[in-house]
Design a protein around this ligand. Structure first.
Ligand code: ADP
Length: 447
């Protein structure tokens, strides 16, 4: 027979019911309590049952003073303290990786496991379900299941701080004559985000590939017909077809990489990367390295990051600087050990007369140090009205003078990678004189 745990003292409300109610079922609850080999939580359920019957008895009590005195005890019996669950059950609930809660009739939380406490920012049970879960559909489902005993499912989305999609299972159960609800919540974010991404990818890919494909098909038609014997036209058209085919490959590569990055975005990287070494290596390997003015501190600057993704950020920014700065010098600058305010200054406030805009900002993390990577060119600059749209997918400024159009995905990729790194992106531009794109990222603590 299990022993009554020594560390869970018999609750006062049960003893009070024993003494005060004097009704027959109260005595039955008390009898449960009296048995040394019955665990407290069972006694609690016995007590709750006693309370229900006492409530009926109470209605027949003629004396209003007696009624007032006994009422709180009965309420307590109907609403037992969360500590009444046996430690083994509490430990098992805590081991469950998903949020689990037990809801009492009336909506009070009897128990919530560790995952539920973390998910809903609650320290302990005892509060009401409405205070923990703000979704009205879910609260309605819990209340309805408490009433009719039917199992329900509710899908709900939480847009902030990070978008989440969850499915709650509201499973009623009965014990000691009362109906409670076991509420479990499954995180379906990854599945939903990847479904949405697949759909977006298909829509984007088919839309963006349609134009170059139509153009290639058109030239094939012309080469078969009117231009069949025109050698000069054939060379020209083949060159255009070649450009369009490379553009399609770039589009597919960029779209694939953007989808992969978005899928990982909610999981921040945990590795440490030496930004100084990475930037030095990438610049060293560039064909246009003679045009690059590198400014890197003597001491290493580390960031919490994914080296491949940071390389992609740097490559995209350098590609744009080379593409739009056509043959003019590009400066690449790294700095570290900055507060968030100073990182923002180093990233996007170096030119007094410039237009500037944060394209992405991390949530505040007190005491965190940041490192900055800034790539500045001497290109045409960017007009004020274009700035807010730069990181949108497929946004391109249509100017024929800038040569073959890009994919319009380079800066979207930069933004998603830096979001994943819990960092920020800034742009600073002087129309006619140049543009600087900068990113700042958190550094490992202790720097
Ligand atoms: P892409 O360069 O492939 O078109 P991006 O997402 O990298 O796509 O850039 C989006 C748009 O932002 C570009 O079409 C261009 O108009 C503008 N842009 C990006 N970088 C620069 C820069 N360094 N100087 C001027 N304009 C730029």
């Amino acid at each position: 027979m299990p022993e009554t745990p020594a560390h869970s003292p018999r609750p006062a409300w049960l003893a009070a019911i024993q003494l005060a109610s004097g009704c027959a079922v109260g005595a039955a609850g008390a009898a449960l309590l009296g048995a040394a080999d019955v665990p407290d939580w069972m006694a609690g359920l016995g007590g709750a049952l006693a309370g229900v019957t006492c409530a009926r008895a109470l209605d027949s009590l003629a004396n209003p003073t007696a009624k007032r005195a006994v009422q709180p005890m009965i309420s307590a019996a109907l609403d037992p303290a969360p500590s009444e669950l046996p430690p083994l059950l509490l430990a098992a609930l805590d081991a469950a990786p998903a949020p689990v809660m037990i809801v009492l009739p009336g909506g009070r939380l009897m128990a919530l496991n560790r995952s539920a406490r973390e998910r809903f920012g609650l320290a302990s049970p005892g509060g009401r379900i409405e205070a923990a879960v703000r979704n009205p559909d879910l609260i309605n489902a819990v209340n309805a299941s408490l009433l009719d005993g039917q199992i329900r499912q509710v899908q709900f989305a939480t847009p902030v701080p990070v978008e989440r999609f969850e499915r709650a299972i509201v499973a009623p159960f009965e014990t000691a004559g009362r109906r409670l609800v076991l509420l479990t919540i499954a995180d379906e974010t990854e599945q939903r985000v990847s479904e949405r991404m697949r759909a977006d990818f298909l829509a984007n890919a088919s839309h963006e590939l349609r134009t170059p494909l139509a153009s290639i098909a058109g030239f094939i038609e012309t080469l078969r017909g009117p231009a069949r014997d025109d050698a000069e036209a054939r060379d020209r058209f083949l060159k255009i077809m070649d450009d369009q085919a490379s553009r399609m490959s770039r589009l597919i590569a960029d779209l694939t990489s953007l989808s992969r990055i978005e899928l990982l975005e909610r999981v921040a990287p945990t590795g440490t990367v030496s930004l100084t070494t990475l930037v030095g290596d990438v610049v060293e390997a560039l064909p246009q390295r003679d045009l690059i003015k590198l400014s890197i501190p003597d001491e290493a600057v580390d960031v919490i990051g994914d080296a491949d993704q940071i390389t992609q950020v740097l490559t995209n920014l350098l590609d744009n600087a080379a593409k739009y700065g056509v043959g003019r010098p590009v400066s690449v600058e790294v700095s570290g050990g900055l507060t968030r305010e100073n990182a923002v200054l180093a990233a996007g406030r170096q030119w007094p007369d410039a237009l500037r805009l944060p394209l992405s900002s991390p949530s505040h993390e007190p005491g965190r140090s940041y490192a900055v990577l800034r790539v500045a060119d001497e290109g045409p600059g960017i007009a004020r009205e274009e700035l807010p749209r730069l990181t949108e997918r497929f946004y391109r400024v249509e100017t024929t003078s800038r040569g073959v159009p890009g994919t319009g995905l380079g800066l979207a990729i930069v933004k998603h990678i830096i979001n994943r790194h819990r960092g920020g992106v800034m742009v600073e531009t002087r129309p006619g004189r140049g543009t600087a794109f900068s990113v700042y990222m958190p550094q490992p603590t202790g720097i």
